[in-house]
Design a protein around this ligand. Structure first.
Ligand SMILES: [Ca+2]
Ligand SMILES: [Ca+2]
Length: 70
């Protein structure tokens, strides 16, 4: 929602998606949060998942991530 440019959102997504599967699993999110003060884009991890996971499968796809942040 305009918090990042599309290019920034893409870069952050790639940083979190360490296995390059195209979606962020909760374990990847936890690893990222541990290294970044427990937040993603200024949101706590649980709040981030609730907000960005629009289909509720507990995984954040590239499309879900960029449509939320960019
Ligand atoms: Ca992944
Ligand atoms: Ca999802």
């Amino acid at each position: 929602m305009g918090m990042m440019t599309p290019a920034e959102a893409e870069a952050v997504f790639n940083e979190i998606d360490t296995d390059a599967s195209g979606e962020i699993r909760l374990s990847e999110l936890r690893d990222y949060g541990m290294a970044n003060g427990g937040t993603v884009g200024g949101l706590k991890l649980a709040d981030f998942v609730r907000a960005a996971d629009s289909d509720g499968d507990r995984r954040i796809t590239r499309a879900e991530f960029t449509s939320y942040f960019a």
